[in-house]
Design a protein around this ligand. Structure first.
Ligand code: NAD
Ligand code: WQD
Length: 336
């Protein structure tokens, strides 16, 4: 298939191009580069041995998107485009609602005008809020999101469900990602956050490479085995492969389907620090800080539905995630 990746120059998008190429698909990327750089696509080109067709445009620009769909015959879209920093979304709610919602609305409208009704949406474990069931299955009720970023994901899921109900010609897969970390084994592409990292793994790798003095561990008094927050970390290449499997579901005319993409294992912050130190034979200085507002104690999934219906399961463990995250950081100390 010919797949359009909105936001395809970003962290997860760039890794997904590699997996799609491996599976024999061709891709087109549209990105406004607000949180990425074209260098990621040049690196992907090195990995796959061919250029990646790229249109620099904002997905909210309907004219540009119409032109793109006129020029390329697109069979399916994977919608990665969006702003994703939780804290920033609290400070700039209007910017987050406007960008994430409008980009999706414009895209869906242009798609239906071009009779392309195959769609994969990057959703998030954040839609479960403080989860009612652990491990989290897809049946777990959605929860109260504490921030505008999470609310855009939850609301767009509702929009997509209504759309598919109104027009069953659409096949739509909502992929709820848990915590993607790690990088492609080549060390050429990886996570490249702007400024001070919000997320745990890039903070650890930047501390290990000397760009940050120490990791702050946000709270050690949660109701978890060691008191620090527990999450379901998933290797970004496994996550990328999940999109290939979701496309197969679309080819089988899945209607509206929802899948958790995680490993099903929960690791605490201190587990991750220890695993990183062991995998890379390094020390990561850290100190305990107060809890971060909005954080929950425990979040990990039951990935059985994705295995049963998509034939997908994570191949990589925490050791490979830590090894590959560090391999990218040490080869690219200042990022791209
Ligand atoms: P990323 O920021 O690296 O990639 C998103 C890309 O979208 C960036 O390249 C950015 O430039 C682009 N973009 C943003 N707004 C755009 C617009 N209006 N027009 C065109 N391009 C635009 O983030 P990522 O980690 O690769 O995440 C990809 C998707 O997965 C996002 O929707 C994110 O919310 C979702 N997600 C990410 C995580 C995570 O932890 N990384 C977890 C769950 C869900
Ligand atoms: C993981 C754990 C922190 C940084 C976020 C979004 C979620 C999804 C994934 C996009 C927590 C602790 C972190 C640090 C720390 N993103 N931590 N020191 O919060 O589970 O999920 O990213 O959709 O929506 O909310 O991920 O990596 O920020 O935190 O102690 O410097 O590490 O408290 O327990 P989180 P994270």
């Amino acid at each position: 298939m010919n797949i359009l990746l909105t936001g395809g120059a970003g962290y997860i998008g760039s890794h997904t191009i590699v997996e799609l190429d491996k599976a024999g698909h061709s891709v087109v990327v549209v990105d406004n580069l607000v949180n990425s750089s074209e260098e990621s696509l040049r690196r992907v080109a090195k990995i796959i041995g061919k250029d990646v067709p790229f249109v620099k445009a904002d997905v909210r620009d309907a004219a540009a998107m119409n032109e793109l769909f006129d020029e390329y015959k697109i069979d399916a879209v994977i919608n990665f485009a969006g702003l994703k920093a939780v804290g920033e979304s609290v400070a700039k709610p209007l910017e987050y609602y406007e960008n994430n919602m409008n980009a999706c609305f414009v895209l869906l409208d242009v798609m239906r005008k071009h009779n392309c009704k195959n769609f994969i949406f990057s959703s998030s474990a954040t839609v479960y809020g403080d989860p009612a069931i652990i491990p989290i299955t897809e049946e777990c009720p959605k929860g109260q999101c504490t921030n505008p970023y999470g609310k855009t994901k939850s609301m767009l899921e509702e929009v997509l469900m209504d759309l598919q109900k109104a027009d069953p010609e659409w096949d739509i897969v909502l992929l709820r990602y848990f915590n993607p970390i790690g990088a492609h084994q080549s060390g050429l592409i990886g996570e490249n956050p702007n400024g001070i990292p919000n997320n745990l793994m890039p903070y650890i790798t930047q501390t290990a490479v000397g760009r940050r003095a120490e990791l702050g561990v946000f709270g050690n008094d949660y109701d978890t085995p060691d008191g620090t927050g527990v999450r379901d970390y998933i290797h970004v290449c496994d996550l990328a492969n999940g999109h290939v499997c979701a496309l197969q579901a679309i080819e089988r005319k899945c209607g509206l389907a929802i899948y958790n993409l995680g490993t099903g294992h929960g690791y605490s912050v201190l587990d991750v620090v220890k695993a990183f130190e062991k995998a890379n034979n390094l020390k990561v200085p850290y100190s305990i800080k107060p809890r971060r507002p909005g954080d929950i104690a425990t979040c990990y999934c039951n990935p059985a539905k994705a295995k049963a219906e998509l034939g997908w399961e994570a191949k990589y463990g925490i050791e490979e995630m830590c090894r590959d995250a560090w391999n990218f950081q040490k080869n690219n100390p200042e990022g791209y």
